[in-house]
Design a protein around this ligand. Structure first.
Ligand code: GLU
Length: 435
């Protein structure tokens, strides 16, 4: 039997093909030559299943979709505080390539606009060469990578940063990625605006390298070749707290992953970020080559590709595909489709060999709200004299307990014991380890 998911993706792809408005980006000559009719859609789950449809093996340059990943890598390289001192987290309300910095601090407003992305790229630790990288498998692949064409701005330091970019993005995709140096060259030749941004950053000492070097590195970053399946897996890595779902490698820390996702949520879709969040409700990032990634934390990474862009710079058909998926599959972050969690299955008195015990049976997934219900029910039972002196907390039907849940249940047990109850816990699966 065939899974219905690829058929469903195919259907979405087909149903979103009518609108041929919009234009391929033409300010980068290589992008102007893109076939506007190529289209693809892919989904990758946090446990590593990938589904693709359409031109899902077609490679295109990643462009701005690289930004959240490089931001996360920079956070792991130099720490969140140092990154925040250099780049803000506020939506800019201006074009992605605007020459603007935050009044007062002189920081770029956020890492999803070019000013912030060029700065974030420069924050990557240029000393963390592949040869020092902890993963020997990736060290090996770095040696086999095609060498970059000679260019005066591709200094050793720039090259080391590019290696860090390639190693990091490859680890997120779960395969070795490479750079389309022709596309990079075609963008670099006319990169006057990004150069202007880099000069502005240098003037304000947000970056310390030469502007040409910063732009060289940033443009090479944007020219990494990916398929829609690659970027779905990269999105799934963020959905999975920074751990690549197929290889199991921790690529970025959970903290960096969460920070990148938060900024994507408010700033990822250029000037249409607010409308996107309200309509589609999936943290996302798009790029001028026509890709979009969407991340549903704990669930899936989604990616679309279609090069015709709307006035805001987002793929026309990509936006439509995401809207369809969000509606059909109930993926909007702000709509809660989960049935309300009744964490307490029941509290009963059991008498065995003349001894009575209160058996409190819990169930499902216990996070803050579930644990609050447990606390509320147990406190009420205790106040109404319904609890025996011996209590058995039965967790055998509990699927998982969040860290907060563990702390709250631990505190409940502590207080019950303090009040003189004898508490035993049945936790055959070890879901509440640190009680
Ligand atoms: N390399 C492109 C630029 O800096 C990326 C822009 C984008 O995808 O938004 O202009």
């Amino acid at each position: 039997m065939r899974s219905p998911i690829p058929d469903y993706l195919q259907e979405v792809l087909q149903n979103c093909s009518a609108d041929t408005s919009g234009h391929v980006a033409d300010y980068i000559p290589e992008l102007a030559r893109a076939d506007p009719d190529r289209r693809a859609l892919a989904v990758a789950t946090v446990d590593g299943s990938t589904y693709g449809s359409g031109d899902d093996e077609h490679q295109f340059t990643i462009q701005s979709i690289s930004k959240p990943f490089i931001y996360a890598l920079a956070i792991d390289d130099i720490g969140l505080q140092a990154v925040l001192e250099a780049v803000g987290v506020e939506p800019s309300g201006e074009a992605f390539n605007e020459l603007s910095l935050e009044g007062g601090t002189g920081r770029p407003l956020n890492p999803m606009i070019n000013a912030g992305a060029i700065a974030a790229h420069q924050l990557l630790n240029a000393e963390s060469k592949d040869t020092e990288h902890k993963d020997s498998e990736h060290r090996g692949t770095a040696d086999r990578r095609p060498t970059a064409p000679e260019h005066p701005a591709r200094t050793d330091e720039v090259q080391r940063r590019t290696d860090r970019v390639l190693t990091g993005l490859s680890a997120c995709a779960g395969r070795d990625l490479s750079i389309d140096y022709e596309a990079a060259e075609s963008e670099y030749r006319d990169a006057y605006r990004n150069l202007a941004i880099a000069h502005m950053l240098r003037t304000h000492e947000v970056i310390t390298n030469e502007p040409v070097e910063a732009v060289r590195g940033y443009i090479d970053q944007c020219a990494v070749l990916v398929t829609v399946r690659d970027i779905a897996l990269m999105a799934a890595t963020l959905a999975n707290n920074g751990v690549q779902p197929c290889t199991g490698e921790r690529v970025v820390s959970a903290k960096a992953s969460r920070q990148a996702l938060s900024v994507m949520t408010t700033c990822g879709m250029y000037d249409a970020s607010g409308a996107w969040l309200a309509r589609i409700g999936i943290p996302a990032k798009s790029g001028v080559s026509g890709g979009i990634i969407g991340v549903l934390p704990g669930q899936v990474g989604i990616a679309s590709f279609s090069p015709r862009l709307d006035a805001a710079g987002n793929s026309v058909q990509g936006v439509e595909m995401f809207e369809r998926l969000s509606q059909d599959m109930g993926l909007h972050l702000m709509s809660n489709e989960q049935p309300s969690n009744t964490a307490v299955r029941g509290i009963r008195t059991i008498t065995e060999e003349g001894t009575s015990t209160s058996r409190i049976r819990l169930q499902g997934t216990i996070r803050f709200s579930g644990a609050e219900r447990v606390l509320r029910s147990v406190v009420a039972a205790s106040e109404s004299g319904q609890l025996e002196d011996r209590i058995r907390l039965d967790l055998s039907r509990v699927e998982s307990v969040s860290e907060t849940g563990v702390r709250m249940l631990g505190e409940l047990i502590r207080r019950l014991e303090e009040a003189g109850y004898g508490v035993a816990v049945d936790d055959p699966e070890g879901v509440c380890p640190h009680r």
